[in-house]
Design a protein around this ligand. Structure first.
Ligand SMILES: Cc1ncc(COP(=O)(O)O)c(C=O)c1O
Length: 359
């Protein structure tokens, strides 16, 4: 059977049916319904955070965040992320300024941020790549010094902790994706986390057209999510610990079997970090090796994913170029291997044997 880089977790169908039965009783399908509010409550409790808004996806979460913070001009950001991080900035008519990454964590290199700040800079938007936290302390101190806002794209961060807190709890705003492929998902979905009650009220208005009933406060957009999506989230949330545990076991199998003389990977050795096993990225010695291994895996119907590729500073539709040699180099050599809840350990052995043979 084909093995993909990821496979969506599905709860027992009866559990989902049981929750959505209520929708047929109250005919409340969307617009901040009871299941959405219940999921938000449970997520806040699970993550131990005060303000969380469930939204349509992780991309609209970023766009609403950029808008609600009144950002202008230039946003310092990472070139090593999914394209949504960059395109959200462009979509809001802001200019991404790429700062290169660390070769150990693949996160933005906070030591290079100050040199990229200009009088037009209004914020730093960094991604916690594969769930590993950025240099949060350093970024915070720069933001304070230059009066900048901080947004974290925490799309991969659900279930990861840093210094005893959810990775989603830092910065002015952190966004997350609950896309079907993520550790925790609601089919499509995401959330916006903020640490300020007034900002949260604004984000809430922005999420639903800027009005409450007949009172129109501001412009807004449709960032809402439905009762059906919330129901999937409610089914999956109690299973997250189990999902993460299985992913840990599979990851440890890869750790034990892969040929680390010829491969490397981003470090988990970050003080105070508790991983969620969101991805299993490996770094090859060269792009040619990566392509050779990918071909060999594909012959066995195994599909890994170049995640992230290309380095975002090289997106073909950008009309400027900020060189980021480390990100460009890593993007050419990084491959995410299959990792999902019920990936069999024998399949991991097969994947590893093909990889090691081709190194
Ligand atoms: C780093 C990052 N940011 C943003 C997104 C966008 O999330 P969504 O697909 O929920 O819009 C993703 C999706 O994979 C992502 O990996």
């Amino acid at each position: 059977m084909a093995i993909n880089v990821t496979k969506s977790f599905l709860p027992p169908i009866e559990e989902y049916q049981e929750i959505i039965k209520g929708i047929w009783e109250n005919t409340w399908l969307t617009n901040n319904g009871p299941l959405v509010r219940k999921l938000e409550g449970q997520l806040k409790e699970y993550l131990n955070i005060e303000n969380l808004l469930f939204v349509g996806n992780g991309t609209i979460a970023i766009q609403i965040a950029l808008k609600a913070l009144n950002l202008t001009g230039e946003i310092i950001t990472t070139p090593f992320s999914y394209c949504a991080t960059t395109t959200s900035i462009l979509w809001e008519n802001l200019k991404p300024v790429f700062v290169d990454i660390e070769d150990k964590t693949y996160n933005i290199n906070a030591d290079l941020i100050e040199a990229a700040i200009t009088e037009k800079t209004s914020a730093i938007m960094a991604t916690h790549v594969y769930g590993r936290p950025c240099n949060i302390e350093k970024i915070e101190s720069i933001a304070i010094k230059y009066n900048l806002k901080v947004i974290y794209d925490g799309a991969h961060g659900f279930g990861a902790n840093y210094k005893g807190k959810s990775v989603l709890s830092f910065g002015d705003i952190t966004t997350c994706s609950f896309h079907a492929t993520k550790v925790f998902h609601s089919i499509e979905g995401g959330c916006i986390v903020s640490n300020d009650n007034n900002l949260n009220k604004k984000l809430e208005l922005y999420r639903s057209f800027g009005h409450k009933n007949d009172d129109y406060y501001t412009m807004g957009i449709n960032g809402k999510n439905s009762e059906f999506h919330a129901a999937m989230g409610l089914c999956n949330l109690p299973k997250v610990a189990d999902i993460i545990n299985n992913r840990r076991i599979i990851s440890e199998k890869y750790d034990a079997l892969l040929d680390w003389e010829k491969l490397s990977r981003p470090t988990n050795n970050i003080e105070g970090f508790d991983y969620n096993y969101a991805y299993y990225p490996v770094l090859f010695a060269s792009e040619a090796k990566l392509l050779q291994v990918t071909e060999a895996l594909k012959k066995e119907e195994i599909t890994p994913r170049r995640y992230f590729y290309p380095s975002l500073n090289k997106l073909p539709y950008l009309d400027f170029y900020n060189p980021c040699p480390i990100s460009e180099n890593i993007a050419q050599r990084a491959l995410s291997l299959p990792l999902y809840y019920d990936l069999a350990l024998e399949d991991v052995e097969l994947i590893v044997s093909i990889i090691n043979k081709n190194l």
